[in-house]
Design a protein around this ligand. Structure first.
Ligand code: ME8
Length: 506
């Protein structure tokens, strides 16, 4: 059955940063993991192009809205392409097809009497694009995320009632324990549901905000953020006009960070329920990347990690691997250029060196041909089979954040095991002793075969390096499949030494 994986759609008033890169890389790793298992995946990421924040940036830029949005959106799209992210559709909420579906949904819910107009006075945080309660603010009366005092605003707006659905949502969470993963976040949502839910303000008067989707039942207002942005997940599937919608939606997975837990796990399922649509199948929720030492990344502290800079310094695969390998599940994780360089060293010393050493040895002492596997001893076989079994088991598990994190860990552990084997068997000594020829060939075969299996498992994480490994072993992988049957590397295959996978960096 086809799986549908989504990331949040990102605000495009600034440039894409490491957090945006991370979620979209993670989605790509999940897609590749699933594709290797033979599952079809439809993967979307994209940009959220409405709202006051984006509107202010347009006004400051001096460009037309269309020029600004297209330029900014391209920055995200181009970065994601550079990062090897294989999205099937790049969402842009400024597209007319999306806006039309937002309007259809609004009209349906309005006709059901679930949207009401009323006058409202509140404290508005532009950073969050949300009204705040006093209890949401810090001791200085500022938004804890944006460190700015929200503005007092009084205006008439349209509201969607959430409270009638609170008990339904509590019951749904309690009866679907794997719905929100990790479970810690399900508990957080249940905590938010202990108090009655305020009505959700879903409109802004055009006099204040023009960058949004016009309400179909009141032309003086627009909607944006949640009634616009969340709808992207189903407008992409052409909801309301696609007979196959239910089938693919039944297998949908939202990937988000903890910052947008409430809109995704409270507003969105209630909106869908009001519409008569089932909730998303799973949420995968990750923590935040923060600077080294546990401080928030900020321009003033000079600790912002720019993905473009990391690609230039260390390459795409090093960034992808670091992000997947080092994200703590259910918590925040630290990142800095020195930490990324340390992560690069692990890859270079572990996988890169092993590959180069064994290939050069094959080139020099075996005429560049994979030797025979006929004289492998029990330890050799155990090493190969152990790695093959581990990856087979891993790739047969249900998709989750744990499995993806375990994959990166297993690659490093398998690399460590093969390095230890290589060092203990000293094939460079065996190579010089004609009477040890069989043993030498067995050690080289074992190492090359392990490398093949590791390269295959690396594909979701570091696709370019995986291709290079397979290519160096004389294997042209058209598409990578999760078949870890051991001892498939054929004797006599010609290997290629090529450039190092992870060359030395300063
Ligand atoms: O909230 N660490 O957009 P946004 C990890 N448009 N991930 C991070 C991160 C960090 N430090 N910072 C951001 C919005 N992210 C709305 C979403 S969805 C229908 C609308 C990632 O540009 C993470 O995925 O603020 C987070 O949820 C998202 O970017 C927020 O992106």
């Amino acid at each position: 059955m086809k799986k549908y994986i989504t990331t949040p759609i990102y605000y495009l008033n600034g440039l894409p940063h490491i957090g945006h890169a991370y979620t979209s890389i993670l989605g790509d790793v999940m897609k590749k993991f699933e594709t290797m298992r033979g599952n079809e995946v439809y993967y979307t990421t994209g940009t959220d192009e409405h709202g006051q924040k984006n509107q202010h940036s347009i006004e400051e830029s001096g460009l037309s809205a269309d020029e600004f949005l297209t330029r900014q959106s391209e920055n995200f799209r181009n970065l994601f392409v550079d990062l090897g992210i294989d999205f099937d559709y790049f969402v842009r909420t400024s597209r007319p097809e999306h806006k039309k579906i937002v309007q259809e949904i609004l009209q349906t819910i309005y006709d059901r009497g679930l949207i009401v107009k009323k006058s409202y006075e509140g404290l508005y945080c532009e950073g969050c694009e949300q009204f705040k309660k006093k209890s949401d603010l810090d001791e200085n009366g500022c938004c804890p995320d944006h460190k700015k005092a929200p503005k007092a605003i009084s205006e008439e707006n349209y509201f969607f009632r959430l409270e009638p659905y609170r008990q339904w949502l509590i019951d749904y969470i309690n009866t679907h324990p794997d719905w929100i993963q990790p479970a810690k976040y399900a508990n957080e949502v249940l905590g938010m549901l202990k108090e009655p839910l305020d009505d959700l303000c879903i409109s802004r008067p055009k006099s204040r905000v023009w960058l949004g989707v016009e309400l179909p039942f009141d032309h003086d207002y627009v909607t944006y953020i949640w009634f616009d942005a969340l709808v992207n997940y189903i407008s992409t599937l052409n909801y309301g006009h696609n007979p196959d919608f239910e089938e693919i939606w039944a297998n949908s997975h939202h990937l988000i960070a903890k910052d947008i837990l409430k809109p995704h796990c409270i507003y969105w399922p209630i909106m869908l329920h009001a519409l008569g649509v089932a909730p998303v199948r799973h949420y995968f929720i990750h923590g935040y990347w923060i600077g080294e030492g546990g401080v928030k990344m900020s321009k003033s502290l000079g600790n912002v990690v720019d993905p473009v800079e990391v690609i230039r310094l260390l390459g795409v695969d090093a960034l992808r691997f670091y992000l997947i390998h080092n994200m703590t599940l259910g918590g925040d994780s630290q990142i800095s250029i020195p930490m990324l360089k340390q992560g690069y060293k692990i890859l270079a010393n572990n996988i890169g060196n092993l590959q180069m050493r064994v290939l050069k040895m094959t080139q020099k002492s075996l005429d560049g041909k994979v030797p025979s596997a006929d004289s492998l001893n029990d330890d050799d076989k155990k090493l190969v089979s152990g790695i093959a079994d581990r990856f087979t088991r891993l790739f047969s598990q249900e998709l989750s954040l744990e499995v993806i994190s375990e994959l990166a860990d297993s690659v490093v552990k398998a690399g460590d095991a093969v390095n230890a084997y290589f060092a203990a068997n000293e094939p460079w000594v065996l190579a010089k002793k004609p009477e040890q020829r069989e043993r030498f060939e067995a050690v080289v075969y074992t190492t090359l075969e392990c490398l093949r299996l590791i390269g295959l498992a690396m594909y979701p994480l570091t696709p370019a390096s995986a291709r290079k490994i397979e290519d160096s072993l004389g294997l042209a992988q058209v598409s990578f499949k999760a078949d870890f049957t051991p001892f498939k590397l054929a004797a006599g295959t010609t290997v290629k030494v090529g450039d190092p996978l992870f060359p030395m960096v300063e």
